[in-house]
Write a protein that binds this ligand. Structure first.
Ligand SMILES: Cc1cc2nc3c(=O)[nH]c(=O)nc-3n(C[C@H](O)[C@H](O)[C@H](O)COP(=O)(O)OP(=O)(O)OC[C@H]3O[C@@H](n4cnc5c(N)ncnc54)[C@H](O)[C@@H]3O)c2cc1C
Length: 404
């Protein structure tokens, strides 16, 4: 017999887990809720780790997310084992907990680069406030920093550390920064922006090995190019944390996440998933997807709460994402694909005030906006309604989107 019972056990106290707890409280759920998280901090705004917090602009407590006052929040607590049949969980603090329903919101872990020299001192990955602290502490004595990766974390950290006065070099396999996510036109824009602020870009090249003893001193690229480095920050992606789910026998999906139905239920009845770990049947995408965005994690946490309270409906919110490159630029994105067939530009890329509309066939599938946030609401409507836009490129580029 388990010593403690929770009507709802939420595993993982991040964006999704805390949003789920908040939504249950807001809905007036009268049952007992335990939110267990293995981090040392209460739930916090993880995106701040590469932005305001890394820049030293906000204190640790200012990153904390709201949670209900009467929540049984257990930080520094890992769920070690989950038995979905018996509905019992084993906690790292000792003892067992029985539950009525559970939500897996275990997030993701950094993807580690496995090359020679990967274990040298001075090599960092960023996922938590603790890892941001480590970067902040070491960057004090570093003049040259090499960032690895062409996605938003490496770009954001390069911008942040440049703003703090460091000389940054960004190495990526992609032809341009952020191009894999936002498309080629945006990639050119971000490349120019980063260069303008003094960041050296090494595109279309990978890391072959890291050298130094015991501390990293240089990054050697596949092309043979050598980059001097006092410290290296890896932005080489993330992998869903499915350790607990796999051991519990839950079905996993193709992207390595926890396979879920359209309404976010896992292969075990009464066990739901939300956030970076959740690979769900998306009615919007027309297939299984897993999305690593803060607002998506929050929305899925709320959707799991609604489902547990009896409102089961397909999760169909259009993914939204933003990224900040220091205070130089904020880009916002809505969309359902990363491989557009055609791009239509509104506004002026040169003036850093533009939207890029991504079309697949005659339909709008995604939109990126820099300084034209008003375009996004219209884009969102056109994407969700799957409006036929064939032959309307001129209106998309220069017309009133509201009229479409
Ligand atoms: C540096 C950085 C910057 C980012 N910037 C942006 C941005 O600008 N815009 C954007 O949209 N997204 C951004 N993201 C992505 C966003 O933060 C994630 O999509 C979001 O945090 C996912 O929320 P989650 O709740 O699924 O997972 P997480 O926030 O990772 O939370 C999961 C929690 O579960 C805990 N956990 C795991 N296993 C267990 C267990 N067995 N027992 C107990 N606890 C467990 C983990 O320790 C973790 O605290 C950024 C991510 C990083 C790392």
């Amino acid at each position: 017999m388990a010593e403690v019972h929770a009507d709802v056990l939420i595993i993982g106290a991040g964006a999704a887990g805390s949003a789920c707890a908040e939504a249950l409280a807001e809905a007036g759920f009268g049952g007992s809720v335990v939110l267990a998280g293995r981090d040392v901090d209460p739930p916090y705004d993880r995106p701040m780790c590469s932005k305001h917090y890394l820049r030293g602009e906000v204190a640790r407590e200012q990153t904390y997310l709201d949670v209900p006052d009467d929540l049984d929040l257990r930080i520094r607590t890992s769920v070690m084992k989950l038995d979905p049949e018996a509905r019992v969980a084993k906690l790292s603090e000792g003892g067992e907990l029985s539950f009525g329903q559970a939500v897996l919101a275990t997030g993701a872990n950094v993807r580690r680069l496995r090359v020679d020299g990967a274990e040298l001192e001075g090599i960092h990955y960023l996922r938590t406030l603790g890892t941001a602290d480590a970067i902040r502490a070491e960057v004090e004595d570093a003049e040259r920093v090499v960032l690895v990766g062409g996605s938003y974390i490496a770009c954001e950290v390069a911008a942040t550390l440049t703003a703090l006065g460091r000389r940054c070099t960004l190495v990526m396999l992609e032809d341009a920064p952020l191009a894999a996510h936002f498309g080629p036109t945006a990639g050119e824009f971000f490349a120019a922006l980063l260069r303008e602020h003094g960041i050296e870009l090494v595109c279309g090249d990978g890391v072959e090995r890291l050298e130094g003893d015991p501390r990293v001193q240089r990054v050697v690229c596949a092309s043979g190019r050598e980059l001097a480095a006092d410290m290296v920050v890896m932005g080489t992606g993330a992998m869903p944390d499915v350790m607990l789910a796999r051991a519990a026998g839950l079905e996993l999906g193709d992207s390595g996440g926890v396979a879920c139905t359209a309404d976010l239920e896992t292969s075990a009845r009464g066990v739901w998933a939300a956030g970076d770990v959740c690979e769900y049947e998306s009615v919007l995408h027309g297939g299984r997807v897993r999305i690593e965005h803060h607002e998506v994690a929050r929305a899925q946490g709320r959707a799991a709460a609604a489902a547990m309270l009896g409102t089961r409906r397909p999760y169909a919110e259009l993914p939204y994402f933003w990224t900040d490159l220091s205070d130089w630029c904020t880009a916002e994105w809505v969309g359902i694909t990363e491989a557009p067939e055609q791009e239509v530009v509104r506004g002026s890329v040169d003036d850093a005030e533009f939207s890029i509309l991504h079309l697949a066939g005659s339909r709008l599938v995604a939109a990126l906006s820099v300084g034209r946030g008003e375009d996004l609401a219209h884009a969102q409507r056109l994407i969700v309604a799957a409006t036929d836009l064939s032959g309307r490129e001129a209106e998309l580029a220069g017309g009133d989107l509201e009229a479409l």
